[in-house]
Design a protein around this ligand. Sequence first.
Ligand code: AMP
Length: 280
Amino acid sequence: MELLKTIKEVREYSFLHQKQGLSVGLVPTMGALHKGHLSLIEASKGDNKTTIASIFVNPIQFNNPADLAKYPRTLEKDLEILEKAGCEAVFAPQEQEMYRSKPVVKMEFGTLETVMEGAFRPGHFSGVGVVVAKLFNIIQPKHAYFGQKDLQQFLIIQQMVNDLSFPLTLHCCPIIRESDGLAMSSRNTRLTPQNRPVAAKIYQSLQLAESMLYKEGVEKTKQAVNDFFSSYKELQPEYFEIADGVSLAPIKELAAHKKIALCSAVFLDGVRLIDNIMME
Ligand code: AMP
């Protein structure tokens, strides 16, 4: 496996492979890898001759400096995991390499970002858009892989790819969960052994909503989820939304929505966890 640290190196690597007719798949990550990330690598390996994973904790997408400082960084272990998974190359630049100076370009995503993560993390999706656009321009992959775990992020990147005509195909991969249902996340490593079992309640709250929604409607379902959380004092929900699965607009009436996304962000002992269920 090649470890590439500069823009020049990864660009040359990608272009050389594509010149030889080998399709390149990109899996962007922030490291602290787990099986959720590996499912994206597997998907890319299935579609492409060469898979490049990127590992970069992108400072401009963190609106909270403490969250950035506490973000787990485990590069050595990540490289071992990727090597074992058969990933062909890793792009792991330093911050200085990606941002020689602080970028001034901002991205806006209209109503897609006025809700949920966009509403609670101002500037987050501008930072995501800028770093993903940079990665696409640097590496120019034919395919790029993202997780449904960050549903709003996927929809925003899809919008950016369409609006700016990036010549690549996006793939949205299913959420990989722990055996108790907790969505795998790099942030889970920050949970204490006492809190770790409680974290599974987040997925249970989404399952409760899924089971109720068509029988009881939007308001009663929201109330039931609120009641559910109020019985677990360790969990502080930031939002629970029942949203259109394409536009992410909050839903009042169930009719006329082909896809419905149930999405939540919850704090557990200062760790912010997100999860969702897509109902089709
Ligand atoms: P991150 O390193 O958290 O930025 O995630 C990198 C990519 O992995 C994103 O596209 C995430 O949506 C995806 N991802 C993170 N957790 C999971 C999971 N549990 N299942 C599937 N994909 C995931």
